[in-house]
Ligand binder design. Sequence first.
Ligand SMILES: [Zn+2]
Length: 361
Amino acid sequence: MSTLSPEKTREIVAPRNMITIDDTTGRAATGGREVKVRVKADPAIDVVASIITTPGASCAQTAADLAAALRAQLPAAIKVKDSANPPIIGAATGSADVLVGDPLTQNVRVTVETSDDPTQNVLVTLHEVGHALYSQGHPTDLARTLAHASPSLGAEESQARFYENHVGRELALWEFLTPTLRRRFGAAMDGIDGAALHRSVSQVTRGWCRVDADELTYDLHIALRFSLELALIRGTLDVVDLPDAWNDGMERLLGVRPDGNRQGCMQDIHWAWGSFGYFPTYTLGNIYAAQIREALEADLGPIPSLIQSERLSDITAYLHERIHSHGSILSTGELMLQATGQAFSVEPFLRRAQRLAAGAR
Ligand SMILES: [Zn+2]
């Protein structure tokens, strides 16, 4: 998608630790120390804001706020201290993240570091919006209790992956977005239609990079990391041998050999900050999301039809009722059983993987 050239308005600074932003001075601060934030602006985020139409929820407004903030001079434009929105103190730990404010006001916001590829920016934004809707949907009567949370990181990821993969990679979504993208990007969109945009987000390729991986190969990246984590923790693999084990595993699973450790075992931040065992939550999220999709489509009809008839808010309402509104009262297994009517199963995920592999989207 290099033919699209989004108007980058500004680089902002991305908080890596606890921050507050004072909109009277426009300064981001952490314990009196200024922090730098780095985010590039892309109008594609605004497009996402316009499609997440959740009646009565403020996430759409949140995304719109974000888009407005990104286009203006930052950080002064981030209104975290206005009367409508109580202050947020949050930790943005990655390039894309969710900040949760007062649970009673459901003040939840997202940060997104955008790239030069608007299609990728839409997917990343949808992912974070999935997290944000989950955080926003926890039952308020459980606020400030341990149950005001998702029951597991896998459940948490399922909602983000749902929006990213089961909404964001649908042809119907890109056909729906095309007129808006055309308005936003002008002549750069000449000759690019919804089908072309959809192909760019659904093409299956062998690559070294997990973050850029397509939906089908993504979980192979996770499988490699988890097998290496197990070997490291069991003591059957020494850290010094990790680079070669990684490269061999990539060759075995994906048929590519990374060019150096930057493309290999050093590409993620997780292990460097001590998050061993986190990667499988992404695949668990994918497995849960596939099962939830089958249940949702049995009840509401095919997701492409829901998108075509602009009923995305019905999807959000369904996820709210079945998943978000339960906090962590139920275990993830109980939640899946109650939400889908079926015990947790990998079969829906495998059915989807087979369809993706066959190119039958
Ligand atoms: Zn996530």
